[in-house]
Design a protein around this ligand. Structure first.
Ligand code: SF4
Length: 228
């Protein structure tokens, strides 16, 4: 059962608070990077959820960073879809000439992941279940970034209109406190024409675009007729 009152209060407080423009924050951070990294490019670990969402962020970020991709998305159900999205990401890198960018993957374990999401199964997309889902994948990737000497970490997920960019940036800043050796690169990739450029690149490279976010709950929300 959805707690309608709690959801209404969340929406009210969300719309009344924090109006930080994270695209502008990313531009400020780039200025700091230009001053600090005069003898080498900083290393950035980029969490990627799928090829279409990665297309524009990769084009933008590789101008400033040595990028490595982390594809850790056990939220995606079923496994065939997880593999299809990974294949689409590889297709993007191949066709765009970015195939020297390494991809790190972690073992796929949707059962264990779903156990964590299950308490929030009924919540609407874009609320508690998604906030946990963002955090689980970002925390795992951030820990990898710290253990492997990266300078920066960020995620492509802010490109999506369905994702909460403010929450993603807040989680990123919290994880920066937890893993202080790695700076969070603030971002809102949908801003400044990012969504339009994404669509152009998807069309140019004929990338497969899924019609649901990833988890089994989002699949059946999109395809209720298939629910048994
Ligand atoms: S809808 Fe997307 S972000 Fe939300 S829990 Fe499911 S997979 Fe995660």
């Amino acid at each position: 059962m959805i707690d309608e009152e709690a959801y209404r209060k969340y929406l009210e407080s969300f719309h009344a608070s924090n109006k930080t423009n994270y695209w502008l924050e990313s531009q400020k951070e780039l200025k700091k990077i230009q001053e600090k990294y005069t003898d080498r490019r900083p290393r950035l670990l980029l969490h990627v959820c799928c090829g279409p969402c990665a297309a524009w962020p990769l084009e933008f970020l590789q101008e400033h960073f040595d990028v490595t991709i982390m594809y850790n998305n056990s939220n995606i159900w079923p496994q065939s879809e997880y593999s299809k999205r990974l294949d689409t990401l590889k297709q993007l890198l191949e066709l765009s000439g970015m195939n020297s960018i390494p991809i790190i993957t972690t073992p796929y374990d949707n059962d264990a992941y779903n156990e964590k999401l299950a308490p929030y199964a009924e919540d609407p997309e874009g609320w508690t279940r998604c906030f946990l889902c963002y955090r689980l994948r970002m925390d795992e990737a951030y820990a990898y970034a710290e253990a492997n000497g990266f300078d920066y970490f960020t995620t492509v997920m802010t490109i999506s209109r369905q994702k909460n960019s403010r929450k993603l940036n807040e989680i990123g800043l919290e994880l920066q406190e937890k893993y202080p050796a790695v700076r969070w690169f603030p971002c809102d990739f949908k801003k400044k024409g990012g969504q339009v450029r994404r669509d152009e690149l998807v069309s140019q490279y004929c990338l497969y675009c899924q019609d649901y976010c990833g988890c089994i709950y989002s699949y059946y929300a999109r395809h209720p007729e298939q629910k048994r």
